[in-house]
Design a protein around this ligand. Structure first.
Ligand code: BES
Ligand code: MN
Ligand code: ZN
Length: 502
């Protein structure tokens, strides 16, 4: 599997180039006219490029955010116009990102240069546009022997002269981050016969070979020796043994340390508490949290953030077999707390408990876990909004970050009364609570393993995986949702931490 394929080439230019050998698609924004909002118009500098008589029907087809329409242009030669709705006469960064994503999503040939000519007033707007275009250009064609899906291999963004230097300077960082979103999506989309705990750990070792970045893989023998009973219990039914991977990025003189823990179940069959066939179809996505953590630490390291970051990938395959953990088995998590496993399908919290205890041992300033943890998360918030629980400060940091990058994460409570549902007659705690409020009970379970840490728990069961069609920046299958939030959270935590001290 090729996880190293490059993103499209991005050019930042001051005016629309002449098409050379390749076909050129001029992507231009359509929105309600600033004064008369019943009447859609081409917004900004692109208005000059399109013939005046461009019919209203065509514009109408592209008025709502993300809708697209196409027309041939008389000049420049070999140029088509792709009209894309931005949903407003002065679109914000989220609308720009979505519109660019939809535009690139709708182009299906590699030999196209997609030229985006939007009305841009600031560098952050241009950055959002580039992010959207790169996120929308993602395709997963690795298993197609024939007719693999394609996307433009060149993206050109036209910016006003006054922004050219700033946008050019910001470009490398954008590409670094979106590359990791692509890798996260690839890992999630990879078939579970190719991605198991050992191959995932190998990929982490290979991809995190970076300055000041150290990867340590705990294999099943080390996990046994050190008492990581959560990983061992979940992995016991599989022929692919579990792994716990630690990736430590340590820049010089860091004042803040953030630890990230990701759920990495490479396939969740439910174990002996077997899932019905239909619910199992998407369960290769159950390692999305770990993939997101890996990508975040790699990006933090490549961006040389002045913040220490430790990622923990909790990797196991949850399978039924003669050696599998039984409902009613009692296990002990790293550090010694015992758990009565009443449902082997509530496995994510068992591996995360190991990871959280290990991460908290290092006393990070902020501890964040991210997991496709409960079906209840999807029932509560649907497929496009994540949930965030935890201590007040940690939760606020994540919310601030999620707002800044336009990845919606909604706060959820950890009500004390639900904790009694986890009481076990024979062990310290059970892994199964009462029927209602399953997402919150899972959060309460994790809370038992974080000690005094400032801690946030992100449940991304819904938004991590798109079972429907690609839309805007949301690809089909793995979405990479949460990576941009985690990266921003690291920076927010650092800002909070350093201002509090001074
Ligand atoms: N991986 C699932 C949660 C999930 C469901 C993620 C749907 C993405 C989409 C998790 O391990 C699980 O099975 N949770 C159980 C918990 C229950 C047994 C307490 C669930 O949500 O049903
Ligand atoms: Mn499960
Ligand atoms: Zn799971």
């Amino acid at each position: 599997m090729n996880l190293d394929r490059p993103l499209p080439q991005v050019n930042v230019v001051k005016k629309v180039p002449a098409a050379k050998g390749e076909r050129q698609v001029l992507v231009i924004p359509v929105g309600p006219a600033p004064k008369d909002d019943a009447h859609p118009v081409v917004l900004g500098p692109a208005a000059k490029a399109v013939p005046k008589q461009l019919d209203l029907e065509l514009l109408g087809a592209a008025t709502s955010l993300g809708s697209v329409a196409r027309t041939a242009l008389p000049s420049p030669a070999r140029t088509t116009a792709l009209l894309v709705g931005v949903g407003s006469s002065s679109p914000d960064t989220e609308q720009l990102r979505t519109a660019a994503g939809s535009a690139l999503q709708s182009l299906h040939d590699a030999d196209i240069n997609a030229v985006l000519q939007f009305d841009l007033e600031s560098a952050p707007q241009a950055v959002a546009l580039i992010e959207g275009a790169l996120l929308g250009a993602y395709r997963f064609g690795q298993y197609h022997q024939q007719s693999a899906p394609q996307a433009p291999e060149t993206i050109t963004v036209v910016v006003p002269s006054s922004l050219h230097a700033a946008v050019t300077d910001a470009l490398e960082a954008v590409i670094t981050v979106i590359t990791q979103v692509w890798r996260t999506r690839d890992l999630v989309n990879m078939a579970p016969n190719d991605l198991n705990p050992a191959t995932f750990a190998d990929y982490a070792v290979r991809s995190a070979k970076l300055p000041r970045t150290k990867v340590t893989v705990h294999d099943e023998k080390t996990l046994e020796a050190k008492g990581f009973g959560g990983h061992l219990a979940v992995g016991r039914g599989s022929t692919h043994p579990p792994r716990l991977v630690k990736i430590a990025y340590r820049p010089p003189r860091a004042k803040t340390h953030v630890a990230l823990v990701g759920k990495g179940i490479t396939f969740d069959s439910g174990g002996l508490s077997l899932k019905p066939a239909k619910s199992m179809e998407t369960m290769k996505c159950d390692m999305a949290g770990a993939a997101t953590v890996l990508g975040t630490v790699i990006a933090a390291s490549q961006l040389k953030l002045p913040i220490a970051v430790t990622g923990w990938l909790c990797l196991a395959e949850n399978m039924p077999s003669g050696t599998a953990t039984r409902p009613s088995d009692v296990i002990s998590i790293y550090g010694g707390k015992t758990v009565e496993v009443l449902n082997t399908d509530a496995e994510g919290r068992l591996v995360l408990a190991d990871g959280l205890v290990a991460a908290a041992e290092e006393r990070p300033d902020l501890l964040v876990d991210i997991a496709t943890l409960t079906g209840a998360q999807m029932v509560a918030l649907g497929a496009q909004v994540g949930a965030v629980m935890g201590t007040d400060n940690a939760r606020s940091a994540v919310q601030e970050a999620s707002r800044a990058v336009d990845e919606p994460m909604w706060p959820m409570p950890l009500p004390a009364h639900l904790r009694t549902g986890l009481d076990s007659k024979i062990a310290d705690i059970s892994n199964m609570g009462e029927r209602y409020g399953g997402m919150l009970t899972a959060g309460l379970f994790l809370k038992e393993f974080v000690g005094e840490s400032e801690w946030a728990h992100l449940d991304i069961a819904g938004p991590a995986f798109n079972e429907g069609k690609a839309e805007g920046i949301r690809s089909e299958g793995g979405t990479g949702f949460g990576l941009r939030t985690l990266l921003r959270t690291i920076e927010v935590a650092h800002e909070h931490h350093t201002t509090k001290r001074s």
